[in-house]
Design a protein around this ligand. Structure first.
Ligand SMILES: [Zn+2]
Length: 438
């Protein structure tokens, strides 16, 4: 691979490896010649899912022979995309594919797409996420906005997130802005349900007025003082029924395989992007109803007679979504919360104070684990939850023993570096009990 890099930048392989590193880190993307359309997906939550959906759609039906290059595993920084392309290009740096579908970190959108020509950008949402790395969310939005001021490609935007909808006005000359929206669903509220950002108009600073909140700051908003919030979405998801689950777009009923509002928004983005590429209804039905993204989000396990739903949460919104799914699930249940504070998590775990634990409904017990098991236990206790029902087990295997000592409906939330160890510990526990029963 190193030889390939050096050929690309016109040096012979005798040069210092430091140059390779420098190239990889700085300007590597310029060395590639990409002639096919590039579709990028960005936003705080859901970009891995949406990228995987689009990749699936672009390789289904009459498009099944197309070559798509995608970063399925969420290698979404410029260096990650650089090494992805490096593995796919020829010695002249030519990348041969029909489409590139790239999950892209919000802060890296301007860096990457000032060097590679972007055809479609999908923006899902902006929430606070890993503050230590990205800085404040406003800085991030402004970075993307600056890039969009001269961008004239397709822009797919969530009309219900003011942080995203504002980007549609970044370049008044761009005629390719496509908004999607989800009509009020049964779990929407008149007042905000969780702590969120984006409550003031970015154009005139007036307080935004909401007709309803779907979750966090996502909902039907309008500025009372200027036009912001009046854009007409071209895709509107209607009749959302989470029990079925089902929804209607463009008069067609779809039966998705998951039932959270958060997921329905992701499908709204997928649908809107697909429309730009004339994807057939059959492919959309098949994808929405059967395709599973295998990335540890909303994964279901059957363990020792209990049904367990595991979800990754890197920020309060992700955690609140799982709590919402849990609360909307009828009957008693238990929660496992695994919190680590490794480098990739950001050492600052203060975001857990923005999780809305006070909405617990029929939660009979909570087990906490991970390197910050005590922090999360204290957080939950401070929300008014009975401390006698909280069990703290920093060691994951001990946590599983405790968690599965009862049988029933269970939910687990783990943050970034905790998710894989949590899944592994669940499997170990499951295998251990199954072996014992043989
Ligand atoms: Zn305004």
């Amino acid at each position: 691979m190193m030889v390939k890099v050096l050929r690309l930048i016109g040096k012979d392989a005798g040069n210092a490896p430091g140059l390779v590193l420098w190239t990889l880190n700085k300007d590597c993307l310029k060395a590639f010649k990409v002639e096919c359309p590039i579709i990028a997906v960005t936003g705080t939550n859901g970009k891995t899912s949406v990228t995987n959906y689009l990749n699936h759609i672009f390789t289904s039906g009459d498009k099944k022979d197309l070559k798509i290059i995608t970063n399925k595993q969420g290698n979404n920084l410029d260096t990650g995309i650089c090494s992805l392309l490096l593995g796919e290009c020829d010695f002249h740096g030519r990348v041969k594919a029909d489409y590139l579908v790239l999950e892209t970190d919000e802060s890296h959108v301007p860096v990457i797409y000032s060097k590679l020509k972007l055809e479609t950008l999908v923006v899902l949402n902006f929430f606070r996420d890993q503050l230590d790395r990205n800085g404040e969310v406003e800085t991030l939005i402004l970075k993307v906005k600056k890039f969009l001021e001269t961008y004239e490609g397709n822009l797919v935007l969530n009309a219900d997130d003011p942080n995203v909808a504002r980007l549609g006005l970044a370049n008044p000359n761009n005629k390719n802005v496509h908004y999607f929206s989800v009509e009020r669903y049964s779990g929407a509220t008149d007042q905000p349900y969780e702590v969120g950002e984006g409550k003031y108009c970015p154009f005139c600073n007036s307080k935004l007025e909401y007709e309803y909140y779907q979750y966090s700051h996502i909902g039907k908003f309008r500025c009372p003082n200027c036009d912001f919030g009046s854009a007409r979405p071209e895709v509107v998801i209607k009749d959302v029924d989470l029990q079925a689950p089902s929804f209607v777009i463009d008069g067609e009923k779809y039966k998705p395989s998951h039932n959270s509002i958060y997921y329905i928004y992701n499908l709204g983005a997928v649908y809107t992007a697909s429309k730009l590429y004339n994807i057939s209804k059959d492919v959309l039905h098949d994808t929405f109803e059967h395709f599973e993204v295998n990335n540890g989000r909303l994964e279901v396990f059957e363990v020792a007679g209990s049904k367990l739903l595991v979800n990754l949460a890197k920020n309060p919104v992700g955690a609140n979504m799982t709590l919402r799914v849990m609360n909307e699930h009828p009957g008693e249940k238990e929660l496992l919360f695994v919190l680590n504070d490794n480098l990739a998590d950001g050492h600052d775990v203060s975001w857990i104070w923005d999780i809305n634990f006070s909405v617990f409904k029929d939660v009979t017990r909570v087990v906490t684990s991970g390197s910050r098991a005590y922090d999360i236990a204290i957080r939950i206790k401070c929300s008014g939850y009975d401390p006698d029902k909280i069990v703290v087990k920093p060691d994951l295997d001990r946590a599983m023993e405790s968690f599965f000592s009862t049988v029933g409906d269970k939910f687990a939330i783990a943050n970034y570096t905790a998710i894989q160890p949590t899944r592994a510990a669940i499997r170990r526990y499951k295998e251990g009990t199954e072996d014992a029963n043989d």
